[in-house]
Structure formats: structure tokens, C-alpha cells
Ligand binder design. Structure first.
Ligand code: IFM
Length: 460
């Protein structure tokens, strides 16, 4: 990596942007016919979300999107990645499309394009319609089929103005945190359900990819959050094995079917310890393996692993990893307690570039929560810790490009402070501060810093 003062310049075509997600910012939870999602239910379940926070109002982006887009334009963003709330489009998850729900995204897309900002759409960032969960959620194959129908409906309305479509955001979180560890909606803790969900998410991705392409989409991809895992002792074979298993469960279980045509036998053997493989039908892997045009990578922090007798493993988030110690993160840490290690990003991108050649990558999320304080004057937030984090990670991304990785762009997480899932509004990831009492937006020092990065197409 370049040393921390050296100027770096990105390729001329490099794309700069910011990302958000529907439930985290929109609010307007009951407006214009939106149905309930699993996150509405989960956030109302006592004890699940910090201080009982919900996404009912969030950043009120649904009503303030024009001002938010103006802010994006001021910062010079080339692109804005946002997600569509499935329950706005199909309140019951299947059946009639709610045109009023799509109207919002129609207005948003026009506003973005009017300001010269390219939309990147994520079709699923975790807000599954509750009615689908009532029928088994992602453990039910029909949810994958419904997802493709929904994708078709969204494309029919927005496809004439949106070039880049991604199907799922971080399916590892949906499956393992939602159905395994129970810390995300729908809050289930069943390893069999976890692995059925993995497959149905992948199938949903594949069917939606086919549907989007058949409708004319030119750029279709998916966003994953692969682990950047390291052995605690680089000389230990047992630690290397631990890394291999955790990578299997978080990386290869998704990326091999998508980019290499199927699940490795080793993974199927592991999954069959928890559930029969009947949910994987002939022909599914072919659908999942249809070509994609872009791979979205979300990276925040590395993981260190050691083989240790009696270690409990990663629990529901990593079924079957007993005997593996997930080493406690070492400082420097973010406000999430996540270890700050930019070189983990270079290593991850390089490894993915080697293991899955031929598919361009884009960093669809990278950023950090810090305990930001609004200056008493009310007009600024000095988040030099976030600037340092972003600086380090951009240099790390640049190092990957210099080493030959086909990385096309970088989207910071997040444009705005927002609803950080089970942490509610307690954690602030935005480069723009949100005063939740007044909904006032205050660009932090990191936003101004990022504006300059975009202007210069680099640092320094
Ligand atoms: O806020 C989340 C986002 O929804 C998905 N990726 C990680 C972010 C930070 O935890």
C-alpha cells in the first residue's frame, strides 16, 4: 500500500458514490400502501433493537429525498446506491403491484438523473414483506420465485432509466444473522433454516437475474460481504483449516454457485450435517450460475481465527464451527467494536480477483461508525477518525487496483446517519450527520473530505 501521505489517483473512469438502504433511511412506514416488512415486526419485538428504535420515521428520506439528492450533487457523487422496499411495491410480497409505492422510486430516479447522478438499485436489502415470512420466508422456495416477479415489476417501471441492478445485499446477513443467530429479522435460530435460506436467496438472485436480463437489463450484479479472514498463527495448519471453513460458510457458499457453476462438495457435506439437501433441486445451480456483470463487495473489518479445543465457534452465524476461536478484535476499533485494518480490503480484493477472474468488482459499501458529536455551534462535526478510516481504505483499494484487480468504483457507507439494524440510531455511519429530532442534515468533515477526493479523483 502507498504510505499515508503519498498522493494517489484513481483510473479516469472510476466511479464515486454513496450507499443507503430503504428501511434504514426512508421512514414513511405506513404511507402510500406500503405493507409491513420483517423489520417492522422485528423492531417492535421487545429486546431486539436498541432502545426500541424502529424505522418508522428514520431519516424521513421518503419526504426529503429532493434535499438529499441536492446534497449528493453538492458532494459531486457520480452514483447513488439505494434499495427498493419490496413491501412498498408489493405490500403482500406477491400479487398486485402498488403503483403508489413505485411512484416514490420513479420520482427519486428522475431527481437523481436530473442532477447527473446515476442510480444503482439494490432490489433486496433485508425488508422482506411480512406476509412472505408468515409463509416460511426465505426457507420457502416460493419466496425466491416471488422475488423474481417483484424484480420484473420494478424493472418494468424503472428499467428505462436505470442501468445498474443488483439483486441482493449481503445474503450472508439475511441467512445467518436472520435465520441462524436471530439478531436480525426475522429472528430465527435454526441452522437448517439458515442453509435453506442461503439456497433460496441464491435461487432468488438467479431467477431475478434471468428476469431482469429477459426484460432488457444490461448490467446485473449482486452485493456480498465476504470475510477477509486470517489465521491467528500464520504457521499453523489447524488455523489455516479454520480460515478455510469460515471462508466456505461466508464466501464460497455464495460465490462458487454464482461464479463457478455450483457448490463445492465440501460445502454440501457441511450443510448436510444440518439439513437434507432436498431443497437444492436439479437445475438450480444452472440458474444461480447465469453470468453477472458486476460483483459488489462490502468490506468493513478483518476476522482472525484460531483452532482451539473447546472454543464455541461462531454460533448461529457460523453453524458447525465449534473448535474455532473468533479472536476478539484488536484496536484500533470503530464504534461498532470492529477492527480497523485497511490491508484486509487489499487482501480480500486480490484474493477474489484471483479466485473469480473475469468479473469486474465495485466496493458497494465501506465506512465506519464513530461516536460523532455535533459541534455546539450546530454547523459541523469533526469526524477526523472517519476521515482517517476512509483515507486508509481508499489507499487499500488503490493498492488492489495497482496490483491488477478490476475494481470499478467505491461507494461509501453511508450517505446519512441511519437506522443501524439492531443498534437502532445509536451508531452513526453517515458522512452526513442527521439530527433525528429536527431531521436537519449537517455534512461532517468526512463529507467535505470525500467531496475533495471525488473532485481530484484521488487523495492528496
Ligand atoms: O448498515 C449496514 C448495511 O445495511 C449493510 N452493510 C453493513 C452496514 C453497517 O453495519
Amino acid at each position: 500500500m502507498t504510505n499515508s501521505n503519498e498522493p494517489v489517483r484513481f483510473p479516469d473512469s472510476f466511479i464515486w458514490g454513496a450507499a443507503t438502504a430503504s428501511y434504514q433511511i426512508e421512514g414513511a412506514a405506513r404511507e402510500a400502501g406500503r405493507g409491513p416488512s420483517i423489520w417492522d415486526t422485528f423492531s417492535r419485538t421487545p429486546g431486539k433493537v436498541h432502545a426500541g428504535h424502529t424505522g418508522d420515521v428514520a431519516c424521513d428520506h421518503y419526504h426529503r429525498y429532493r434535499d438529499d439528492v441536492a446534497l449528493m450533487a453538492e458532494l459531486g457523487l457520480h452514483t447513488y446506491r439505494f434499495s427498493i422496499a419490496w413491501p412498498r411495491v408489493q405490500p403482500d410480497g406477491t400479487g398486485p403491484v402498488n403503483p403508489y409505492g413505485l411512484d416514490f422510486y420513479d420520482r427519486l430516479v428522475d431527481e437523481l438523473r436530473g442532477r447527473g447522478i446515476e442510480p444503482i438499485i439494490t432490489l433486496y436489502h433485508w425488508d422482506l414483506p411480512q406476509t412472505l415470512e408468515d409463509r416460511g420466508g426465505w426457507t420457502n422456495r416460493e419466496t425466491a420465485e416471488a422475488f423474481a416477479e417483484y424484480a420484473r415489476a420494478v424493472y418494468a417501471r424503472l428499467g428505462d432509466r436505470v442501468q445498474t441492478w443488483t439483486t441482493l445485499n449481503e445474503p450472508w446477513c439475511s441467512a445467518y444473522l436472520g435465520y441462524g443467530a436471530g439478531v436480525h429479522a426475522p429472528g430465527r435460530t435454526d441452522p437448517a433454516a439458515t442453509f435453506q435460506t442461503v439456497h433460496h436467496l441464491l435461487l432468488g438472485h438467479g431467477l431475478a437475474n434471468q428476469a431482469l436480463r429477459a426484460a432488457g437489463a444490461s448490467t446485473v450484479g449482486i452485493t456480498v460481504n465476504p470475510t477477509s479472514a486470517f489465521p491467528a498463527d500464520p504457521a499453523s495448519e489447524a488455523d489455516a483449516k479454520a480460515v478455510e471453513l469460515v471462508e466456505d460458510l461466508q464466501n464460497r457458499i455464495f460465490l462458487d454457485p454464482i461464479l463457478r457453476g455450483g457448490y463445492p462438495q465440501r460445502i454440501l457435506d457441511h450443510v448436510s450435517r444440518f439439513t437434507s439437501l432436498d431443497h437444492i433441486r436439479d437445475g438450480d445451480e444452472k440458474i444461480i450460475g447465469e453470468p453477472i456483470d458486476l460483483l459488489g463487495i462490502n468490506y468493513y473489518s478483518p476476522t482472525y481465527l484460531a483452532a482451539r479445543d473447546g472454543a464455541p465457534g461462531g454460533g448461529g452465524a457460523f453453524p458447525g464451527t465449534e473448535g474455532i476461536e473468533f479472536i476478539a478484535p484488536e484496536p484500533p476499533l470503530t464504534d461498532m467494536g470492529w477492527q480497523i485494518q485497511p490491508s484486509g480490503l487489499t487482501a480480500l480484493l486480490s484474493k477474489l480477483g484471483r479466485d473469480y477472474p473475469g468479473v469486474p468488482m465495485i466496493i458497494t459499501e465501506n465506512g465506519a461508525a464513530f461516536p460523532d458529536q455535533l459541534h455546539p455551534a450546530g454547523d459541523r462535526v469533526d469526524d477526523s477518525d472517519r476521515v482517517a478510516y476512509l483515507d486508509g481504505h481508499l489507499r487499500a483499494a488503490h493498492a488492489a487496483i495497482a496490483a491488477g484487480v478490476d475494481l470499478r468504483g467505491y461507494l461509501v457507507w453511508s450517505l446519512l446517519d441511519n437506522f443501524e439494524w439492531s443498534y437502532g440510531y445509536d451508531k452513526r455511519f453517515g458522512i452526513v450527520y442527521v439530527d433525528y429530532l429536527t431531521q436537519r442534515r449537517v455534512p461532517k468533515a468526512s463529507a467535505r473530505w470525500y467531496q475533495e477526493v471525488i473532485r481530484r479523483n484521488g487523495i492528496g
